[in-house]
Design a protein around this ligand. Structure first.
Ligand code: URA
Length: 333
């Protein structure tokens, strides 16, 4: 009897210690649940002593341990069709369930969080414990990342407009979902449709150079489009297509909460704030997204490929963005 009690006490102590260590490692807040649940969460480990990977860890950039190469196809945000699960619950339900599936990730350090939010396997609790922590802290970076992953999943099966009929992949985003700056383009082109990632074709290569000139790596910033499926023959998306897709961008921006949005071309500005004004007039002048996030309109990189002389204006617009973010231009030799 005494021996049994002593063992139980030892178990309890180990559980509480492990929980506190996880708390310290993740920065999670909230009260621990029943100690036996904690013990189960922390003690149910693989043979190596680390918990088995959880479902929510898969399929989103930054949550999977090694980051994919920069321009490889089939981003986790827009996974390959083979990964589709016909039995998945409806998107609304999945979004509502997000806190319960919230995977613990390493808290970003410093003012510019790392895009690669690696799961800490040694300290990862199971979903039931994570749910308690997220209930107390519903707006953590890791929850925002999880919700973006769920949104990408919803987009992957979207049929809200006819553009879905011609797509190979949806194109949700690439880059750092916790970035202070978001670049918004028009819609996927042929290469993007094939690879499932935005701006991977020739315009994307120029965009990467623009981003590098600002002192970022392409994976430091978040890049997405007004529409998530390729319009046929790369035509401009129709207003109805933009309207059908716009709730996705609204949700993306609400979750990312960037300090600045760079709108690439007239369609991007139109999709963000509804103006029909030409980009030549709009560029270089701050606008506001939903009354709160500054937008810097500039020329689309595809236009720059045709009109390289306009790079000077774009660089001036990007320097304005850097000024706003308190960033100085890197030394360009
Ligand atoms: N042009 C865009 O607007 N978006 C892309 O993703 C690629 C090209």
């Amino acid at each position: 009897m005494v021996e049994a009690l002593r063992e139980e006490l030892a178990d309890l102590t180990a559980s509480v210690r492990a929980f506190l260590e996880w708390h310290a490692a993740t920065g999670a807040d909230g009260l621990p649940g029943h100690p036996s649940a904690l013990h189960e969460a922390l003690g149910a480990s693989s043979a190596e002593g680390a918990p088995a990977p959880r479902r929510a860890d898969r399929g989103f950039p930054g949550l999977d341990a090694p980051s994919p190469p920069a321009s490889r196809g089939g981003s986790a945000a827009a996974p390959h069709p083979e990964q589709r699960s016909p039995a998945a619950p409806p998107p609304e339900q999945r979004i509502a369930e997000a806190p319960a599936a919230r995977p613990p990730v390493q808290a970003p350090r410093g003012p510019e969080p790392s895009p690669r939010l690696a799961v800490s396997a040694a300290t990862a609790p199971r979903a039931d414990t994570a749910a308690r922590a997220s209930a107390a802290q519903p707006d953590t970076p890791e929850e925002r990342v999880t919700r973006l992953a769920l949104l990408a999943e919803e987009v992957r099966t979207c049929q809200k407009c006819p553009l879905h009929e011609g797509r190979t992949h949806t194109v949700f985003s690439r880059g750092n979902p916790l970035s202070e700056v978001v670049f918004v383009g028009e819609g996927p082109g042929a290469e993007e449709d094939l690879q499932g990632e935005p701006f991977v074709g020739p315009a994307g290569q120029l965009l990467d150079k623009m981003i590098a000139a600002m002192g970022y790596h392409r994976d430091d910033v978040y890049i997405c489009n007004i529409v998530k499926c390729r319009p046929p023959k790369n035509r401009k998306p129709e207003p109805a297509e933009m309207a059908a897709c716009s709730p996705y961008l609204t949700s993306q921006l609400a979750l990312i909460k960037p300090k600045v949005i760079v709108a690439l071309g007239a369609t991007a500005v139109q999709g963000l704030i509804g103006t029909n004004e030409g980009i030549t007039k709009l560029r270089g002048t701050w606008k506001l997204y939903k009354g709160s996030i500054p937008i810097m309109p500039t020329f689309h990189p595809a236009y720059l490929l045709r009109q390289p002389g306009a790079k000077r204006e774009v660089w001036s617009d990007l320097k304005e963005v850097m000024r706003h973010l308190g960033k100085s231009a890197p030394d360009r030799g």
